[in-house]
Write a protein that binds this ligand. Structure first.
Ligand SMILES: [Zn+2]
Length: 215
C-alpha cells in the first residue's frame, strides 16, 4: 500500500514513519519549510529519510510565516518557555497550519497514486492546537474523501496516544531518536525550557528511556 506521511523531523512523525515501514507500507515523506525558526527539524527529517532510503519532498511554503503570525516563525516574537498546558503556549500556534499541510499533502498523495495520507497528531496536542483534535481530523477526513475523483483516506493513528506512548512504541521499533528534533527556539542544541523541550523530556521520562539529545 502506498502512503504519504507528513514528516516534520520530530519524535511523533519519525516514529510513525518507522511504524508504517514496519507494517509494510511504501511511504513517501513530505516535509514543510514554513519559515520555522527550528529549521534543524527539516535537516533531521532529511537525515532520517536518507538513512531509511525513503523518498522525500521538502516543500517551501515559507509564505506561511508571513501570512500567519506565530512565535515559531517571527523573529520579533519570543518562543514562550514552560509547559504546553499554559495559556502562553498559544503563541506557538501557526493558525490553520495542519489544514494547509494536509491540503498540499493531499495533492501530492493523489498525484503519486497513494491511497492513504498520514499525520502524527497526538493527544498532548489537543489542549493548544485545534488542528490536532479528533473533531478536526474527522472533518478533514470527510473533505479529503470529497476533494478529488480519486479517493484518499486520512489516517491519524496516534491521535489518542500520549507522547510517552509514542516514544515507547518507537523504541520497540528501533527509531533513531538522535535524528529527531523538537526544540522550537532555533538553536543548535535543545534549549531545555520551551514547551517542545519540556514535552519531549516528559515523553522520554514516561517511556523510562534516555533522550539521545541529552548529552
Ligand atoms: Zn527548547
Amino acid at each position: 500500500m502506498k502512503a504519504v506521511l507528513i514528516l516534520s523531523g520530530g519524535l511523533d512523525s519519525t516514529t510513525l514513519l518507522c511504524d508504517l515501514l514496519d507494517q509494510g507500507y511504501e511511504v513517501s515523506a513530505l516535509t514543510f519549510d514554513y519559515h520555522q525558526k527550528h529549521k534543524k527539524e527539516i535537516r533531521c527529517a532529511k537525515a532520517t529519510c536518507e538513512k531509511l532510503k525513503i523518498p522525500q519532498k521538502i516543500a517551501d511554503i515559507s509564505v506561511l510565516g508571513d501570512l500567519a503570525p506565530s512565535s515559531l516563525t517571527r523573529t520579533e516574537l519570543d518562543v514562550p518557555e514552560g509547559h504546553y498546558a499554559e495559556e502562553s503556549m498559544k503563541q506557538t500556534v501557526v493558525p490553520n497550519r495542519n489544514m494547509v499541510f494536509l491540503s498540499l499533502a493531499a495533492s501530492y498523495a493523489i498525484g503519486i497514486g497513494a491511497q492513504e495520507l498520514y499525520y502524527a497528531a497526538h493527544s498532548g496536542d489537543h489542549a493548544i492546537y485545534p488542528d490536532c483534535r479528533p473533531v478536526f481530523v474527522s472533518a478533514m477526513e470527510t473533505a479529503l474523501h470529497l476533494c478529488d475523483w480519486k479517493d484518499l483516506t486520512l489516517r491519524v493513528p496516534y491521535v489518542n496516544l500520549t507522547k510517552g506512548d509514542i516514544v515507547k512504541k518507537g523504541l520497540a521499533l528501533g527509531v533513531d531518536y538522535s535524528l529527531t528534533w523538537s526544540c522550537y527556539k532555533g538553536g543548535e542544541r535543545p534549549c531545555g525550557k520551551c514547551g517542545a523541550c519540556t514535552e519531549r523530556h516528559e515523553a522520554f521520562e514516561e517511556a523510562g528511556a534516555r533522550d539521545p539529545l541529552d548529552n
